[in-house]
Design a protein around this ligand. Structure first.
Ligand SMILES: Nc1ncnc2c1ncn2[C@@H]1O[C@H](COP(=O)(O)OP(=O)(O)O)[C@@H](O)[C@H]1O
Ligand SMILES: [Mg+2]
Length: 501
């Protein structure tokens, strides 16, 4: 458009008023006015869809829209064109209200003259051009911008329409910013906007905005107050933070997963370290046991022989006889300890055969029953896999299970109790549970029971479980304890059905 040619759309149903206005304008040469005419608002809208205008002169009283209705309809359609409202003598209030909305000026019919009309048009067009430069900046902004005025959205830019999934301003006509922010953080954002309306600044806050299709988008919002035509309004900048949020969530998830992995690995490493320490201690003990056993054997044999000699030479003395018997007994006990030590130190790699664990368990139970004078009821619950054979060293297995069953019998009080043995199959493993309702093991002791020489029994060696642990490790199996003091203990032995070697 050149400033010399101004295209005017006059929306006026009264032919006399239209003629008056158009005559005033056609008198002017510079600028030169091209005049178009519409009788009704709807007709004007149709024309506006087809053609571009520099200014609209709008009669406030038309058959299809009274008062400010027509102004609102037209501004919805054409945000950029300045509108001068033409009012009657009695409608001056409406003219003022029109200015508070979108109108750039109002003129009272009957008081209009050529100069006034041309000046008002030129001034409105000039001002709107200034505004439109600012507006085009805002339109181009990649950030979504909303303007809320009198609790209604008065303006949105292209980015805002896109964010809402709307193609035209009409889709959000009549809505307020409050409608767009979702119910959940609604209170907070509405409070903020309210604060801004009261002239206070609002911090950057996160919210959710409701799109036209009913979905929501995570956004970040800043709002600031301003005055427009005497009305306090709010200008809101809304930024889509979906991608940032998603990235944050992915990072958080990855971090948690990594932390979990590190924690798991650390635990595994700690477990391995404990095992290594135990293995090292056991091998040290093994060497020591062999040496001690060897060293003790000779002096003990000498003591035994000396006692036998004395016994032969001093038959008559009864008291000597008693002491000599005591020596004999202690020598035998020492010998037993040495046997245990040697068994431990000489543990050889298993000689595997196909054996029935159920049978071995039965033998160990029979033996334990024979040796014990307690009333122990033993319950075998392994019928379904009774016939299963496994590849293991029969002697070593006997050693393991007689140790465990003896421990169970030992734990049971003199008046009697129960031992329950259960055998199940779990994938490639056979699991044997040995449960007793004996005295149980304190939490503190539970950590020590596999330590060599740890015993709570007057005549215990503390080597039984150490040996079990080693034998089971050599078979690729494992052993575990759970216990409740005063209630009983459960031992789980895990054995692979097919062992190597
Ligand atoms: N079934 C059980 N109930 C209670 N305590 C047990 C049981 N099995 C093992 N223990 C505890 O573990 C210790 C070590 O057992 P073990 O190595 O077999 O040595 P010992 O039987 O010679 O004491 C026992 O002294 C006992 O305190
Ligand atoms: Mg034992």
């Amino acid at each position: 458009m050149s400033r010399n040619e101004i295209k005017v759309l006059v929306v006026e149903d009264n032919p006399a008023d239209f003629r008056l206005v158009s005559e005033m304008l056609t008198e002017s040469v510079s600028p030169f006015f091209t005049i178009f005419h519409a009788n009704l608002v709807d007709e004007a809208i149709k024309i506006l869809r087809k053609d571009k205008f520099d200014i609209i002169l709008l009669d406030i009283n038309l058959p299809d829209s009274r008062g400010l209705e027509g102004l609102e309809k037209i501004t919805l359609q054409e945000q950029g064109i300045p509108i001068i409202v033409l009012t009657g003598l009695n409608d001056q209030d409406v003219g003022l209200q029109a200015i508070q909305r979108q109108a750039s000026d109002y003129l009272i019919k009957g008081e209009i003259n050529r100069n006034l009309l041309v000046r008002s048009i030129l001034y409105s067009v000039e001002r709107r051009e200034g505004e439109s430069r600012y507006r085009s900046l805002i339109e181009m902004s990649p950030e979504a911008i909303f303007v809320n005025r009198e609790n209604k959205i008065a303006f949105v830019n292209q980015a805002a329409l896109q964010l809402l999934g709307a193609s035209t301003m009409e889709q959000i006509a009549g809505k307020s910013l409050f409608d767009l922010f979702c119910p959940d953080p609604q209170h907070q954002i509405c409070e903020e906007i309210q604060r801004v309306l009261e002239g206070l600044s609002a911090p950057l806050i996160e919210a959710k905005i409701l799109r036209c299709d009913g979905t929501t988008v995570n956004v970040e919002v800043v709002a600031s107050p301003f005055f427009e035509k005497g009305v306090r309004s709010v200008q809101v900048l809304v930024r889509d933070i979906t991608v940032r949020k998603q990235a944050g969530e992915v990072l958080k998830r990855d971090k948690e997963m990594l932390e979990g992995m590190v924690k798991k690995r650390s635990q595994e490493l700690m477990g391995i370290q404990v095992e290594l320490e135990r293995a090292k201690r056991l091998s040290d003990i093994g060497t020591l046991a062999a040496t001690v056993a060897h060293e003790l054997r000779n002096p003990l044999a000498a003591i035994g022989m000396a006692a036998a000699l004395i016994k032969r030479k001093a038959k008559d003395t009864a008291s000597i006889e008693k002491h000599l018997k005591a020596i004999d007994k202690k020598v035998m006990e020492s010998d037993q300890i040495i046997n245990n030590l040697l068994f431990y130190s000489r543990l050889r790699p298993p000689h595997n055969e196909e054996i029935s664990i159920a049978e071995i368990l039965q033998e160990c139970i029979d033996l334990a029953k024979k040796q014990s004078n307690k009333a122990v009821v033993v319950d075998m619950k392994h019928d379904p896999i009774k016939k299963v054979l496994i590849n293991a060293d029969p002697l070593q297995m006997r050693e393991v299970f007689s140790n465990l069953i003896n421990n169970a019998f030992d734990a049971i009080p003199n008046m009697g109790g129960n031992v329950e043995i259960e055998m199940i199959r779990e994938q490639e493993f056979i699991k044997i549970f040995i449960r007793d309702n004996g005295e149980g093991i304190s939490k503190e002791n539970l950590d020590k029971i596999f330590d060599p020489f740890f015993t709570t029994k007057a005549k215990g060696t503390g080597l039984g479980l150490t040996v079990c642990y080693r034998i089971l490790s050599m078979h690729g199996g494992s052993i575990g304890f759970t216990s409740e003091p005063g209630k009983g203990t459960t031992v789980v032995v895990n054995l692979p059905q097919k062992t190597n070697g």
